[in-house]
Design a binder for this molecule. Sequence first.
Ligand SMILES: C[S@@+](CC[C@H](N)C(=O)[O-])C[C@H]1O[C@@H](n2cnc3c(N)ncnc32)[C@H](O)[C@@H]1O
Length: 259
Amino acid sequence: MSKQLLLAVSLVFAFSSAAWAHEVKYETSTSQKSKKSKKSKKAKKAKKKGHVAPIDCPFAKKGLHKPGMKPFKDIQKYIQMLERKDRSSWQKPDVVVKALGLKGHEKIADVGAGSGYFSFRFAKVLPKGKVYSIDVEPEMLRYIHHTTIVKGINNVFIVFGEAGNPKVPKDSNVVFICDVLHHVQKRALWLKRIFDAVASGTRIVVLEFKEGKLPKGPPAKMKIPKKSLIKMFTKAGFKMHSEKPKLLPYQEFIVFKKP
Ligand SMILES: C[S@@+](CC[C@H](N)C(=O)[O-])C[C@H]1O[C@@H](n2cnc3c(N)ncnc32)[C@H](O)[C@@H]1O
């Protein structure tokens, strides 16, 4: 092969590979563009369906990656226990919600909300209000937050409580505490924190298991006698307002108020 022919062949080869490279590059950038537009279309669709959290994601604020929401491994059984079907026969959630006499604009703090058994029922009767679902167990809060996203509920807000301070938001008009107090270690301090947080006139509604042998509820050792319960709340500064001892078969229903 002559020197000239060799030069011509290498020039053609160099030109065609440059063109191919350009083509490949061009193809990559268009596929990236179409991927991006597909993504934004998907996001718009999800937003329309209400699948995007209507509230700021507290997990993201805490540095936890939102798409990484893991299934509830350890706490799943607890959630199943709280949400079990037969509970409503004695827990009578609709009767409890009705007994609170909510008007629809209140802000209610569900302290020790668990799976949100009551929180989501409150949310239904508070179209102009708010529900603060407070718990010390992040997996419970994750479950509640996840439910708000999936169901498009925009009036339930989760609050990370601490063992010694439930961090009840100041603007709560009602504080609801169902089956939680017997789990709390430093009750006097815990109640004082609630007292200091809320405004005068705030109602505190407490449901705790009645004394004696019952087919439901915690073991006798864990139960708080009604007398001690009232003493505890009054010591923290609250005044007993009313009670409905016959509303529920296994639980006391007592209302206190901050004077
Ligand atoms: C028996 S569950 C009741 C859940 C819910 N109130 C219900 O009636 O379905 C008790 C809940 O209280 C929470 N809890 C325990 N100690 C607490 C504390 N110091 N402050 C706030 N929540 C607490 C637990 O994590 C759990 O979710």
